[in-house]
Design a protein around this ligand. Structure first.
Ligand SMILES: *Cc1c(COP(=O)(O)O)cnc(C)c1O
Length: 438
């Protein structure tokens, strides 16, 4: 019954579509918005991917963020191998959990305690429950274009795959849940102020990406010297609500301290969420914050939250080995690689006359196919996604694997050497011309 002879990407995808909805286990992987068959990958090393058809690509997805040291980095692989030899899962405390929590807390000022989970989704879901318990309130405020995982309460006007497929939210979310979520335009201080004036006493928390990067990268703006995150923390706190800063994507990528290291002056979130980089490619998420809030978690407090595989020894080993590689030198390398790539892309698109804007948040960046800066979700949706699609396919054809969506950040790693950048540089002019040829 099972065919093992089908090994090309096309064969694998058609088999996958029989047994896995749309053939994928996460929507953006399906190439649904750009068309075509997604390559099935067989291995990866450094900045390079190999697919089932014998092709090689320069990777600019990095598993959507975790592979910040590049694929199959030797020390990370060795740490996982060594941990595996000592047992795959205990369901009981182990030292790696403590060391990983200490590492994360030591990097991010506002964190006093941290709990490990298995994904970013679990982290934000747990943070919402904790915020509601701490405040005795129900309403959650989120921003259009921000993605916080597939938590029922947070799917309205979400970024990432929800944006890629132009979905307003998700079916299957109850009306009661939807009623407790208020969605505001990102960066709109007047809307935040008005909402708090009207319903401040009902609001448990505001959740925001520390720097939105799931509608493309949209850095928070300052007004009168006050950043948007600080404004949110002051506005929420004045009404007894909490601020949850979602650093699942920006954490330990935007800088050594995450995006908080870029704009954490004069304010602090109450709770923060992490994922991606902290697991180095294995399934890890985390949420943390003030000790008094975290103390509400079971078993000492009334907020239940648990996980059979949370704090898994392989996952903590991968996370710790990844952090070991993330010193100041690594971040300055990431920064210069990111800037060099931004320049290459901008030069190629300019030469071909393609309207574009490159936006950054720390070492993160993305390219929007429109002229004007993007400050929120409406702007992001107004880009020329058709031009992106032509660009994407030309890059793929030339051996560069970009996120298959115009609404995603591009990810470099410390393994993206100048030689790797040269390969991208030689693919760019043709792809830029393809983008221009409507
Ligand atoms: C990826 C992401 C999540 C969800 O994490 P998963 O591990 O995919 O569940 C949440 N928030 C942000 C900002 C993300 O980028």
């Amino acid at each position: 019954m099972t065919s093992t002879s089908s090994t090309s990407s096309a064969d694998l995808f058609s088999r996958a579509q029989q047994v896995i909805p749309s053939g994928v286990n996460s929507p953006v992987r399906a190439f649904g918005s750009v068309g075509g068959t997604p390559p099935f990958l067989t291995s990866a090393k450094g900045a390079l991917l190999q697919d089932a058809d014998g092709r090689e690509y320069v990777d600019l997805v990095g598993s959507w963020g975790p592979m910040i040291l590049g694929h199959a980095e030797e020390r990370v692989v060795e740490a996982v191998r060594e941990a595996a030899g000592r047992g795959l899962s205990f369901g009981a405390p182990q030292a790696g959990e403590v060391t990983l929590a200490e590492e994360v807390i030591s990097r991010v000022g506002p964190l006093e305690q941290l709990r490990l989970v298995n994904s970013g989704t679990e982290a934000t879901m747990s943070a919402l429950r904790l915020a509601r318990a701490a405040t005795g309130r129900d309403v959650i405020v989120k921003f259009a274009g921000c993605y916080h995982g597939h938590v029922d309460a947070l799917l309205a006007e979400a970024g990432s795959g929800v944006a890629t497929f132009a979905m307003p939210g998700s079916a299957g979310v109850t009306a009661a849940t939807a009623r407790d979520t208020v969605v505001l335009p990102y960066g709109d201080r007047d809307a935040v102020t008005a909402l708090f004036a009207e319903r401040g006493g009902e609001i448990a928390a505001v959740i925001t990406e520390a720097a939105p990067a799931n509608m493309g990268v949209v850095p928070p703006q300052e007004e009168d010297g006050i950043g948007f995150n600080r404004f949110l923390s002051e506005t929420a706190h004045a009404e007894g609500a909490l601020l949850i800063s979602d650093e699942v994507l920006t954490g330990f990528r935007a800088s050594r301290e995450g995006y908080y290291g870029v704009d954490g002056e004069g304010w602090a979130p109450d709770l923060m969420t992490f994922g991606k980089v902290i697991g180095g490619g294995l399934p890890v998420g985390a949420f943390g914050g003030r000790r008094d809030l975290m103390g509400l978690l079971a078993p000492s407090g009334p907020v239940y939250q648990a996980g059979t595989l949370s704090g898994n020894p392989l996952a903590t080993a991968a996370g710790l080995a990844t952090f070991a590689g993330l010193d100041e030198t690594a971040y300055s390398r990431l920064g210069s690689t990111s800037r060099a790539l931004q320049q290459l892309v901008a030069d190629a698109l300019t030469a071909a006359g393609v309207p574009h804007v490159v936006q950054t948040a720390g070492t993160l960046f993305s390219v929007f196919f429109r002229e004007q800066p993007v400050t929120g979700y409406e702007d992001a949706k107004a880009q020329d996604t058709e031009a992106f699609t032509r660009f994407f396919h030309a890059m793929l054809e030339a051996g560069v694997y970009l996120p298959p969506s115009a609404f995603e950040a591009w990810f470099v790693s410390t393994a993206h050497t100048p030689e790797v950048l040269d390969r991208i540089a030689s693919a760019l002019p043709g792809a830029a011309r393809a983008a221009a040829s409507a």
